[in-house]
Design a protein around this ligand. Structure first.
Ligand SMILES: [Zn+2]
Length: 295
């Protein structure tokens, strides 16, 4: 018995160590060029928007801290200047995890006020308690509704949307490049995560998609928080999904039926292939149900 226990502990530790070392080893940072100055960087975690020019570089979101070195290596091949700014679309770790590393190199972190507030406090998500982010990872410039940032001859317009994926989301539009980074208000070709414990809501995500559709045109290149580059038609399809799911789930919530009574296949019909590792079929239904029944 004791040997078995020792073996179990050993296997557990071994797996943990391998996991800790290996999680990002195989991740490649792939730059997708959108215009002469704007790129999307694909890696692990939220898609990064990159703006380069004479002033240096500005990034929108910073993925995980363990990827910062690879991200810098990729950026340096495109622009040899400093990384001056990091703008965050919201507070989640797969979008802000590199903040501290870029700040250490002199980047200024800019985000919505609620990103600062959430990063400054202990948080509980999925039953797990997380400590506050280090001060060096937190935004130093914050704003409430919107903010314009001028860099490399371009205007970056950050616009807050209320209680969507979280309570601190911004979408960032670059008019001269006709590029919109939607952060996690848009998951492309997969079920969205809506973080109800951070103030997110189904109605807020629907409102965010509608707000984005007022900004974009047929030529706009849309960077989703997760998934491949998108167009206005993709965003319209996403809004249709959100509205369809909402009305299907509401057939259960308005008559007070429980989550377990939901006919999964019927509710998800047409969107079965959007399931992915983080948000599977059960999870997306649970998110909609919980959001629509929240007071
Ligand atoms: Zn997120």
């Amino acid at each position: 018995m004791r040997n078995l226990l020792t073996l179990t502990v050993f296997v557990f530790l071994f797996n943990t160590v391998v996991f800790a070392q290996g999680r990002f080893d195989d991740v490649e940072i792939i730059p997708h060029q959108l215009t002469d100055q704007v790129y999307m960087l694909e890696g692990a975690g939220g898609n990064i928007g990159l703006v380069i020019g004479e002033d240096g570089a500005l990034i929108i979101d910073s993925q995980f801290g363990d990827l910062s070195a690879k991200i810098k290596e990729t950026i340096i091949t495109l622009n040899d200047g400093p990384i001056n700014y990091v703008m965050n679309t919201h507070w989640h770790g797969d979008h802000t995890g590199g903040n501290e590393n870029f700040a250490a190199d002199g980047a200024i972190i800019v985000a919505h006020q609620n990103v600062k507030e959430r990063m400054s406090k202990e948080s509980v998500r999925g039953g797990q308690t997380n400590p506050p982010s280090p001060l060096a990872a937190q935004p130093v410039i914050t704003f409430g509704e919107d903010l314009q940032l001028y860099h490399n001859g371009l205007k970056m317009m950050a616009m807050h949307v209320d209680n969507a994926h979280t309570d601190g989301d911004v979408m960032i539009f670059i008019p001269a490049a006709n590029v919109l980074h939607m952060g996690d208000t848009f998951f492309h070709q997969r079920y969205p995560y809506i973080d109800l414990s951070s103030g997110g809501s189904v109605d807020g995500v629907i409102a965010a998609a509608k707000a984005a559709l007022l900004i974009v045109d047929e030529e706009t290149q849309i960077i989703p928080g997760h998934g491949p580059m998108a167009t206005k038609a993709d965003l319209e399809n996403y809004l249709l999904f959100l509205n369809t799911m909402k009305s299907r789930v509401q057939e259960y919530t308005t008559v007070g039926r429980g989550l377990e009574s939901i006919d999964k296949a019927k509710v998800l019909e047409g969107y079965e292939d959007w399931a992915w590792s983080f948000i599977n079929e059960d999870r997306i239904i649970e998110i909609f149900y919980n959001s629509l029944t929240a007071r």
